[in-house]
Design a protein around this ligand. Structure first.
Ligand code: FES
Length: 106
């Protein structure tokens, strides 16, 4: 089954380089607008579910507020432990000033 896109935010609500938490169909997702596009990743740290939207953000790296694991928000890749598992990243598209993210097929 193909992935399905869901409305996540108005484009105007995203500020360049600022983390923006949303819930899409019950999933906590964090959005961020960078120079090269908009990225979406799960808002639960893969260590023990720290809220990444409350962490620091610098360049393309988010730092978990709980135990300071770091991830690249474009790829989800772990850059620093204690997390070992990469973040899930969601496909994003923008249409009519609205940001959509694709959830994986159920
Ligand atoms: S919950 Fe994120 S580093 Fe521990």
């Amino acid at each position: 089954m193909a992935e399905e896109y869901y409305k996540a935010a108005a484009l105007a609500d995203l500020e360049q380089g600022k983390l923006h938490a949303v819930e899409v169909d019950g999933e906590p997702i964090c959005l961020v607008k960078l120079e090269d596009g908009i990225f979406a990743f799960t808002d639960n740290c893969t260590h023990i579910s720290g809220p990444l939207n409350e962490g620091d953000f610098d360049g393309c790296t988010v730092t978990c507020p709980w135990h300071l694991a770091q991830f690249d928000v474009r790829t989800g890749e772990v850059k620093r432990g204690p997390a070992r598992e990469n973040l899930y990243t969601y496909p994003v598209k923008v249409e009519n000033e609205t940001v959509y993210v694709a959830l994986p097929p159920a």
